[in-house]
Design a protein around this ligand. Structure first.
Ligand SMILES: [Zn+2]
Length: 289
């Protein structure tokens, strides 16, 4: 069943679990992520990142994502991840996406507010939900967003201010806000240390119907993830570590048979591996529920 974010995040927030939001740049990933969610009977968000478009255009993968979402036994939100370009966002809407992240976090606060105010009004009229970002979500060197290696100290400088988050959410009406409290995109150079008190402060300050989002959720240990969920984080973006682990698994499998495999067997192996991997991740996100 295809849904937007509001239809699933309210229950997550009330019951203190988090919904996974996972990039699906190929059909194996779509099947694996939705399959894992169905087996655990949890809602799920699948997303296409603007930075993955050179890999596969949204017009190729987007309709597949929507089709699989409609056929799923659990609620599935089809979301655009880090849309920065208006034309690209329009392409996502044409493909039938139910939710859009419009990332203007690189702009000054007032400009970020103005852009999201206008967009959210239009999107809500179309029945779509909107995510924005406040504070700069850093990227590690090894990430498709690009970036440079950062220390924990560097990350701390771009932490989101709870008061600003509250003002931003109230003025824009966005449904979800990606905030910075210690995570980064990509593969971590240094073990991340989350500022859980900041999550609590942001949750307490923001309007109730705007949800707190963690990006860069892969690579964070399970205890910190659960602490962030209990503190009020109800959507977690996850991808890099799953993608790397899948490659390592395929490498081992191919080594074991000296590379002698049909390509479709590799695809199937990747699907089964990702499904098992994501089931473990989603079990952590359930936070004991
Ligand atoms: Zn992100």
């Amino acid at each position: 069943m295809l849904v937007n974010m509001q239809e699933i995040l309210k229950d997550a927030e009330e019951k203190k679990y988090a919904i996974g939001c996972i990039n699906t740049p190929n059909v194996e990933a779509i099947r694996a992520i939705i399959g894992a969610a169905e087996e655990l009977n949890v809602p799920i968000i699948i997303d296409h990142a603007e930075v993955h478009d050179p890999l596969i255009p949204i017009e190729s993968i987007g309709p597949k994502m929507v089709e699989y979402a409609k056929l799923a036994k659990v609620p599935v939100c089809v979301h655009l991840d880090h849309g920065t370009d208006y034309n690209f966002i329009m392409r996502a809407i044409r493909c039938g996406f139910s939710s859009i992240m419009y990332d203007c976090s690189a702009l000054p606060f007032e400009e970020n507010v103005e852009k999201l105010q206008v967009f959210t009004r239009v999107a809500h009229n179309l029945g779509l939900t909107v995510e924005a970002e406040l504070g700069i979500m850093s990227s590690t060197e090894e990430d498709s967003h690009g970036g440079k290696p950062l220390t924990r100290e560097d990350i701390r400088k771009s932490f989101t201010d709870p008061k600003q988050a509250a003002e931003f959410a109230a003025r824009t009406g966005v449904d979800a806000l990606a905030v910075c409290f210690g995570t980064m995109h990509g593969i971590y150079a240094e073990e991340p240390q989350l500022d859980i008190d900041r999550v609590k402060a942001i949750r307490a300050a923001m309007p109730k119907d705007c949800r707190v989002v963690m990006h860069g959720g892969s690579g964070v240990d399970a205890d910190q993830v659960r602490a962030a969920i209990s503190a009020g984080c109800s959507k977690i973006n996850y991808y890099s570590y799953m993608a790397k682990a899948t490659s390592r698994h395929i490498y081992q499998k191919l080594n074991a048979v000296n590379g002698n495999a049909f390509y479709h067997e590799i695809q199937e192996e990747a699907y089964h591996f990702m499904k098992t991997y994501i089931k473990d991740v989603l079990t952590v996100f359930k936070n004991g529920k």
